[in-house]
Ligand binder design. Structure first.
Ligand code: ATP
Ligand code: MG
Length: 359
């Protein structure tokens, strides 16, 4: 089958790592008889330099007309002093808004061979852990009414946490769908002992769970969850949570998996079209040196195959290829521990060779 993919490389190491992911996709396409048709969508500082706009309408159109979007990273010192609406970073926020991607999926996965890179003890991580955080991305306190008011104690500021039943229901469904594809275990994280919005969250999640009887559901307060992911990360499969709690919790989880250069993410909406990108930024300090770790972006492409196109087997081939390459001891310089340090291109080549050998 043919799949149209918008390619938003962006700035810094963005082009280097996205090209690596495209090479891997092409190899998968060749093996399995799929055709990935790419169309560039300039974003970030790169687009600003060309068109005076970090997210040109033409790029939005390209993304909307594609089946999915592969995104590198945006921003860098060259564009740091631009006015708010021209900042390179507005490209990713604007794209999420335009594509209405209300669900952010962030796997917290520790590769067996990278156990030494985790700050957690071996007695806790055992043979590794595999968590998927499903974070609500377009609602909650980040988007509720905010402002200032005068009080008898002087000026006060407020941000309102607001969630509608519809917003909770649609993210909960994504959480349960993900759990169905995994270990059928879902932990919904809230603060319903204090927050009204969390009480509604819990109620709606309970209702949605009636449609997913096979999934075992438990609820956890955010403060406890923050502790539990360190104490015993293996107890989790899918974590479903709000925008702000997910923001904090997913960064905490990413830290216990080792290097920032390994972690993929997806932002998806109701039609499965998504924005797939590494969680790291444009890394201006190593741009052009050819040493960036391409794995986060390669794994993001694997997520695209699974979540946007339903190509589970193809996605698994990429994940296995990465895992095996790491097992063989190959490392880029961002990964702590022993092993040969290799460059972006060599790592990509090793992963491709490993995938080809597996079939
Ligand atoms: P942003 O605000 O866009 O998230 P940031 O300032 O938080 O960016 P990153 O660009 O993510 O930071 O970089 C943080 C550090 O991690 C830098 O030292 C960078 O070189 C390193 N880094 C990030 N991604 C990679 C990668 N793929 N490979 C190797 N090192 C990386
Ligand atoms: Mg950052």
């Amino acid at each position: 089958m043919d799949y149209k993919i918008a390619i938003a490389k962006g700035d810094g190491i963005g082009p280097e790592i996205v090209e690596s992911a495209m090479e891997v996709l092409d190899v998968i396409g060749k093996i399995k008889g799929h055709k990935f048709i790419y169309k560039e969508a300039p974003v970030g500082g790169f687009a600003y330099d060309l068109y005076g706009d970090p997210l040109p309408l033409e790029s939005i159109k390209t993304c909307k007309e594609s089946d999915s979007v592969l995104f590198g990273a945006v921003g860098g010192p060259k564009w740091d002093n631009l006015p708010g609406d021209k900042r390179a970073e507005t490209a990713i926020l604007g794209l999420r808004k335009n594509l209405e991607t209300f669900a952010n999926l962030r796997p917290g996965y520790l590769f067996k061979s990278l156990k030494d890179a985790s700050p957690l003890k071996e007695s806790i991580i055992g043979d590794g852990f595999d968590i998927l955080v499903v974070r609500e991305l377009t609602g909650g306190i980040y988007f509720g009414e905010k402002g200032y008011k005068e009080t008898e104690n002087g000026k006060a500021a407020f941000d309102i946490e607001i969630y509608s039943e519809m917003e909770i229901e649609r993210i909960a469904r994504i959480g349960f769908e993900m759990a169905m594809k995994r270990d059928k275990k879902l932990t919904s994280v809230d603060k319903s002992n204090v927050l009204e919005s969390s009480r509604l969250w819990r109620k709606v999640v309970e209702e949605v769970s009636k449609d997913y009887k096979e999934v075992s559901l438990n609820h956890m307060y955010i403060d406890n969850a923050a502790m539990q992911v360190i104490r015993d990360p293996k107890q989790f499969d899918v974590i479903l949570t709000s925008n702000i709690f997910g923001d904090i919790l997913s960064d905490e989880i990413s830290m216990i998996t080792g290097s920032i250069g390994m972690l993929a993410s997806a932002s998806i909406g109701k039609d499965k079209k998504g924005i797939f990108e590494p969680i790291h930024g444009s890394a201006p300090d190593i741009t052009g040196k050819g040493i960036a770790n391409p794995i986060a972006t390669i794994l993001s492409a694997a997520m695209m195959l699974k979540y946007s196109f339903g190509l589970e087997e193809e996605s698994k081939m990429i994940e296995d290829g990465v895992a095996k390459t790491l097992e063989e001891g190959y490392r880029t310089s961002d990964i702590r521990g022993d092993g040969d340090w290799i460059k972006t291109g060599e790592m990509t080549e090793k992963i491709i060779k490993t995938i080809q050998k597996m079939v």
